[in-house]
Design a protein around this ligand. Structure first.
Ligand SMILES: [Zn+2]
Length: 370
């Protein structure tokens, strides 16, 4: 019997054991859907599965050395990836359509460049622009490749499958209805509820759990040779990808969040607007959403401190003035929290000015508070 080995944190052990068993018993499904929070290793698992499925070692898979194993780790093999693209990238010519003198970038090259980023850091949560989608053209190109039979195993990773628009999803459904022999589709998504029911029902589901604090601490130390900050550990919510992302931004965002909450509480709006304007050039959608994330956690921490519970952001929380903590009722904190969450939704809808939305939040945050 061929032995399979798939790696992952202990909190995902149950799901991984099921996967290994299916591989060993030679009944691995031809279409699987891996779901779970962003940054917990869905793409990492997808890559390992692709290696295991393409590996030809007679005893131990993935061996890491054979042609199949190596091709799974080669971003230039673009047909192994279906990755959401920006509209202008998806409109590019295919390699087949290009003339040898053409200097423009092909669809395959765009796909490979994203695949390269994923292979370099499969936990990354910010490798894709928010507007990228899986369009019908990308799915049609994929379908075309599977009209011919193949003597060897083929595997395609469909990253962020929820970004398929309806047209694309319906086209992909046709492929799923009759997956060619020797072909495996591995879809990843942060939430399978975002996919069409018809697609979900044709895929076997693998749900991945978030990591424990200990697992995050261990992996962070291993990758960065230093400890993760206590605030980042609280903010990342068991997602290693979020931890990597926050590591870069947590310091500046935390200090802005403390000023925001303090100045809003003291109703020093002109000082707050000035501060936002100074940070202005740096405040883009991602950083504004991150600021709101930190604000929510700080508000939750106010309630947690009042109830003597451990804090999520101990370092940042310690910078909030005591008067604010003493004079804020749990109810007003809850109201403020709702306002922050509403603001996140408004910003994510991207129809308003970021600066104005943040200013409105500042004025409303402790509305009615003494
Ligand atoms: Zn191999």
């Amino acid at each position: 019997m061929i032995e399979y080995e798939i790696h992952g944190p202990k909190s995902q052990e149950l799901s991984l054991k099921r996967v290994v068993l299916a591989l060993q018993e030679n009944r691995f499904p031809q279409a699987v859907l891996i779901d779970g929070a962003a940054g917990i290793g869905k793409k990492k698992l997808a890559i390992e599965l692709m290696q295991a499925l393409l590996c030809t070692h007679p005893e131990k898979r993935p061996c890491g050395k054979c042609f199949g194993c190596k091709s799974a780790l080669a971003p230039e093999v673009a047909e192994q990836w279906l990755i959401p693209l920006k509209a202008e990238e998806a409109k590019a010519k295919t390699a087949e359509e290009m003339t040898s003198r053409s200097k423009s970038t092909s669809v395959e090259e765009f796909t490979s460049s994203y695949a390269k980023k994923i292979l370099e850091n499969p936990y990354a949560i910010d490798y894709l622009p928010p507007e990228s989608i899986i369009s019908i053209d990308l799915v049609r190109a994929l379908n075309k490749k599977f009209t011919l039979r193949s003597p060897t195993a083929r595997c395609v990773i469909i990253a962020e499958a929820e970004r398929m628009n309806t047209e694309a999803a319906n086209a992909f459904l046709k492929t799923l209805e009759e997956v060619p022999d020797n072909t495996y589709f591995i879809l990843t998504t942060p939430s399978k509820d975002l996919l069409l029911e018809t697609i979900r029902s044709r895929c076997s589901s693998i749900h991945l759990q978030t990591w424990t604090d200990e697992e995050i601490k261990y992996e962070f130390q291993k990758q960065f040779s230093r400890e993760i900050s206590p605030d980042n550990l609280g903010l990342c919510l068991g997602s290693f990808g979020r931890a990597i992302f926050f590591d870069e931004y947590i310091e500046s965002t935390s200090s802005l969040a403390v000023s925001f909450i303090t100045l809003a509480y003291e109703k020093r709006y002109s000082d707050l607007f000035l501060l936002l304007q100074q940070a202005g050039s740096k405040i883009e959608l991602d950083s504004a959403l991150l600021l709101l994330d930190v604000l929510s956690f700080l508000l939750v921490d106010i309630t947690r401190a009042q109830a003597n519970l451990p804090l999520r952001l101990p370092e940042t929380f310690s910078k909030i003035p005591v008067s604010l903590l003493e004079h804020t009722s749990p109810k007003s904190v809850q109201i403020a929290l709702n306002k922050v969450q509403e603001t996140s939704k408004i910003l994510a809808g991207r129809s308003t000015s970021i600066m104005m939305t943040l200013q409105t939040l500042a004025i409303k945050l402790f509305d009615g508070e003494l």
